[in-house]
Design a protein around this ligand. Structure first.
Ligand code: HEM
Ligand code: HEM
Length: 181
């Protein structure tokens, strides 16, 4: 927490955290939209390859921004929700945020591992990533399953997270959402 800004006076999260929250949300929604659109193209087609590559770029962007997000989070004031939610709601929000951070780390890392274990190189805007794991097709298959399951679990978690924020704004008329705008 930023010692210069008392938590009780701040009405919004710090600008870096708010920007990173929405930019990374966009990258994550992009990653889902791209990978779930691949069914529009046949296996081995250029369209499908393009969507997979674009999915990888969006996912790597999330991973690249994550350290900045953690710094921004540590440096941001934590404005209170007014009126204050109950203990259970506050605890649930806290643990959902922890799970979302875990998902933003584990999902792209598993993506990198399963693609490299399949023996493929990963390039990020011209930069070729160092190899983290040698070729192992069977392991790649298993890591891919975990990556896809985690990616889907994140989708449900984000839907709940965003839904609750919108419900707070619409029906409880508190400042939950405004703190992030
Ligand atoms: C936050 C980041 C990410 C999310 C939320 C995510 C999510 C997903 C999901 C849900 C699927 C399954 C799609 C389906 O069932 O058809 C998937 C597939 C895939 N992901 Fe990711 N992913 C992320 C990052 C990455 C990264 C960093 C890489 C590689 C470096 C990657 C590579 C792939 C590939 C190659 C597929 C399979 C595409 C296919 O079956 O043709 N993903 N991802
Ligand atoms: C339409 C989509 C979204 C909406 C409306 C939304 C809304 C919000 C709001 C209102 C907060 C502050 C809530 C509080 O303090 O209790 C928040 C915080 C947070 N959101 Fe979202 N969010 C969305 C998408 C996402 C996505 C895609 C992720 C990441 C997977 C995410 C991760 C987080 C995290 C980790 C926090 C805690 C504050 C931080 O460290 O950044 N959100 N969100």
């Amino acid at each position: 927490m930023n010692a210069a800004i008392p938590a009780t006076r701040a009405t919004r999260f710090g600008a870096p955290l708010r920007w990173l929250h929405w930019i990374m949300a966009l990258a994550i929604f992009g990653a889902w939209a791209l990978v779930y659109s691949k069914g529009l193209f046949g296996k081995g087609s250029a369209g499908r390859d393009f969507l997979t590559h674009a999915h990888i770029l969006a996912g790597l962007t999330v991973l690249a921004l994550l350290p900045l997000r953690i710094l921004a989070r540590v440096g941001s004031p934590q404005p209170p929700i007014v009126p204050a939610p109950g203990w259970l709601a506050a605890q649930s929000a806290k643990w959902v945020h922890v799970l979302l951070y875990a998902g933003m780390l584990a999902t792209p890392v598993l993506g990198i591992l399963f693609v490299q274990a399949a023996g493929k190189e990963i390039a990020y805007f011209g930069y070729t990533m160092p190899t983290w794991i040698g070729t192992n097709k069977a392991l790649s298959h298993n890591l891919k399953e975990v990556h896809e399951t985690l990616g889907l679990a994140m989708l449900y978690l984000v839907a709940a997270h965003a839904g609750v924020a919108i419900l707070h704004h619409t029906f409880q008329h508190d400042n939950t959402l405004r703190r992030m705008m």
